[in-house]
Design a binder for this molecule. Structure first.
Ligand SMILES: Cc1ncc(COP(=O)(O)O)c(C=O)c1O
Length: 383
């Protein structure tokens, strides 16, 4: 029998990162030591007190379903955090999801009809495009690569790319894959265009806690943005909780009502005891967050210096833990070669809509980063 697959899945390509991770897995199975700079997750363990809070919650019997939108304590804690950031949300504005990815999926599925236009700032995190396509949307893209991945100099290009037909714009600051943190002037430019064309904006702030020497501004705090911004965040990056699967989004109550239907009919709720651990993460991890952030900053500086020593100038962002290394035009071939010859795993920029780069994660130890750069240089990948 041949299955007749829905166009929504056929519209989506398998992830370009898969080729790299498959190659890495094959090499590792053969006993090869691969320096893996391809993964988007902190190399730290979840803070001890958060783990304990999860264990305690499990032992206290928090193992059943919860209210679909999330336990009141966590939604309260999230609303408090958002209010501290200057956003005017209460617990009724929040849906807690199993990971930020699910939050995004629910937003796209709630807002995008067939043919609706969504604008992305390239390079953009891989799953935005896939989710828009699954929802039936079309894409309009703005290339930030000519501007060292900054948004402010690209505002004219953004003005060209959006119109009254644009339904949604996705802003991810600090950015995966560039690490760029957009300036207040840039965000004000986004605001002006969003208001002019009546565009809803997703502000993906999952790397918000990981910035170096700059303040991150939440888009929803700007005049005119409160009722058109959907603020998304999660626990994976700031608290080293990727495998716990916990995230959330906040927005106007009418969106919460609509997205809540998708949420309750698909995942039901995020895991009960994980939500309790989430309260602990929000309330009692300031020190761990600072320690991880400081470590990432040191590594970023070291990595940029190592590339500079080899004569390669890499645009350095002020947040997240990624860098876009300029490579050959055929970045897919470069990344495949780098892993096969130098045994260094990276992700092709084309996976993010921007060929000619490789994304490196510096959520790895200094020794491994050093080793990675040495291997790339030895095998001629930095020439
Ligand atoms: C920009 C961005 N948004 C959202 C996510 C989703 O993360 P999670 O589902 O682990 O919360 C990621 C993960 O890599 C990301 O890089």
């Amino acid at each position: 029998m041949t299955m007749d697959f829905a166009s929504r899945v056929q519209r989506v390509e398998p992830s370009a990162t898969l080729a790299i991770s498959n190659l890495a897995a094959e090499l590792e199975a053969d006993g090869v030591d691969v320096v893996d700079l391809s993964v988007g997750e902190p190399d730290f363990d979840t803070p001890e007190n958060v783990k304990q809070a999860g264990i305690d919650a499990m032992e206290a019997g928090h193992t059943g379903y919860t209210t679909s939108n999330g336990i009141p304590e966590l939604r309260e804690a999230i609303a408090t955090k958002l209010q501290d950031d200057g956003l005017d949300y209460g617990p009724e504005n929040v849906i807690v999801t199993p990971g930020g990815k699910q939050a995004l999926f629910e937003i796209f599925m709630s807002l995008i009809d067939d043919g609706d236009e969504v604008c992305l700032l390239d390079p953009a995190w891989v799953s935005y495009e896939a989710m828009v396509k699954m929802a039936g949307g079309t894409l309009s893209r703005v290339d930030l690569s000519p501007y060292d991945f900054q948004l402010e100099p690209a505002l004219d290009d953004l003005a060209e790319a959006v119109s009254d037909d644009t339904e949604l714009l996705v802003v991810n600051s600090p950015s995966n894959p560039t690490g760029a943190v957009y300036s207040d002037d840039a965000l004000e430019g986004v605001r002006d265009l969003a208001v002019e064309h009546d565009i809803t904006v997703i502000s993906d702030e999952i790397y918000k806690e990981i910035t170096y020497g700059v303040e991150h501004t939440s888009l929803g705090t700007l005049d005119g943005m409160a009722d058109r911004t959907l603020t998304l965040n999660g626990f994976s990056k700031a608290y080293a909780m990727t495998g716990w699967r916990l995230g959330y989004f906040a927005g106007p109550e009418e969106l919460v009502d609509q997205a809540g239907k998708l949420h309750s009919h698909s995942v039901s709720c995020a895991v009960n005891f994980v939500q309790h651990a989430g309260v602990e993460a929000l309330e009692n991890t300031d020190e761990s967050v600072v320690e991880m952030r400081d470590a990432f900053e040191e590594r970023r500086d070291m990595l940029a210096d190592l590339f500079a020593d080899h004569g390669v100038d890499v645009p350095v962002g002020d947040g997240a833990f990624y860098m876009m290394l300029p490579v050959d035009d055929d970045d897919q071939a470069w990344c495949e070669g780098a892993i096969e010859d130098a045994h260094v795993a990276t992700v092709p920029g084309s996976a993010f809509g921007t060929p000619g780069y490789a994304r490196l994660s510096y959520a790895a130890s200094k020794e491994r980063l050093q080793e990675g750069v040495e291997r790339l240089a030895e095998h001629g990948y930095l020439d």
